[in-house]
Design a protein around this ligand. Structure first.
Ligand code: NCD
Length: 309
């Protein structure tokens, strides 16, 4: 695996082996003795806002002894403002670094970047397209919290149309057996047809459920998402969709004892803060798994034998 562009490119074997490497990376992180990537430089090119993804990638690289150069608002502060194409930017930056982590506002941008780059490109989100590394950390979270990746009912809640983390998560979990997705979305933001078709073609089941309470009773995982304000054509369209599905104490009361609530974060009101106290609220733990997961991915992309550490 050279570039990381789509969650569709991960086989079940890749996923399970990355989970294993992540467990080793948790130890390296804890012992603060990572040197696998000493002498390597990661370039983070972010054309869209980010807190978790950029900082966890940077932390992961630093934890492995590597170094980081970064532009956090490339849309305004890079030569893109002067009219430089993404392809030209990549052709230049590939000469400065060993791996490029790219977040961009256009669907397909990561694939375009990869097509001209001689160093690995890792997508950190391409518009409303995909977010494959988030899917990997989400999959790791489920494996860690529920001790399985087969036989799962996952309620996908919120903006399933523009929420790129959902698309990648569906692709990744569809590799496993007896996976059922319950889609709880406002009618204006359903799961895209091609994403649902991929899941069913891989043997997963996809059902629409309009009642969040009913989905909560059935789910092993509730995957809540933010309505992606920045992707709507008008503020009115956004207002019409936001706030329809909120996880509060009432929904908690209907959930299974051993289920978990996940969210890629940031949240914008769709999980009330009172829910945070419940041990089933897994979203902050989920965000912390981002570092060892990205350590595993960076090591994999840079073809370092982690067992040698
Ligand atoms: C998400 C993203 O940027 O796609 N966040 C993340 O990377 N953890 C989700 C979001 O912005 O709502």
């Amino acid at each position: 695996m050279k570039h990381v562009i789509s969650a569709k490119h991960f086989t079940k074997t890749d996923i399970l082996s990355l989970i294993e490497t992540t467990i080793q990376m948790e130890q390296i992180k804890q012992q603060r003795n990572g040197r696998n990537l000493t002498g390597r430089i990661m370039g983070a090119l972010f054309f869209e806002p980010s807190t978790r993804t950029r900082l966890s990638f940077e932390s992961a690289m630093l934890r492995l002894g590597g170094q980081v150069i970064s532009t956090e608002n490339a849309r305004e502060f890079s030569s893109a403002v002067k009219g430089e194409t993404l392809e030209d930017t990549i052709r230049v930056v590939e000469g400065y670094v060993d791996v490029i982590v790219l977040r961009h506002h256009e669907i397909g941008a990561a694939a375009r970047a990869a097509s001209v780059s001689s160093v690995p490109v890792i997508s950190a989100g391409d518009g409303a397209g995909e977010h494959p590394t988030q899917a990997l950390l989400d999959t790791f979270t489920i494996a860690r919290e529920l001790s399985r990746l087969d036989d799962l009912t996952i309620a996908l809640v919120g903006d399933l149309m523009y929420g790129r983390t959902v698309h990648s998560l569906v692709y990744m979990l569809s590799q496993f057996s007896r996976v059922r997705f319950l889609c709880v979305a406002p009618s204006a933001t359903p799961l895209p047809r091609d994403v649902a078709d991929f899941a069913t073609a891989h043997g997963a089941s996809v059902q629409i459920e309009s009642d969040l309470g009913r989905a909560a009773e059935a789910a092993d995982v509730i995957y809540q998402t933010r309505v992606q304000k920045e992707r709507f054509h008008s503020p009115e369209d956004y207002e019409a969709v936001k706030g329809q599905y909120i996880i509060d104490e009432h929904i908690l009361g209907r959930m299974r004892e051993r289920a978990i609530i996940m969210h890629p974060l940031p949240r914008a009101g769709e999980i009330t803060p009172l829910v945070d106290r419940d041990r089933r609220a897994a979203y902050f733990r989920q965000s912390h798994y981002g570092v060892p997961v990205r350590m595993a991915l960076l090591a994999r992309c840079l073809e370092i034998d982690t067992a040698a550490e």
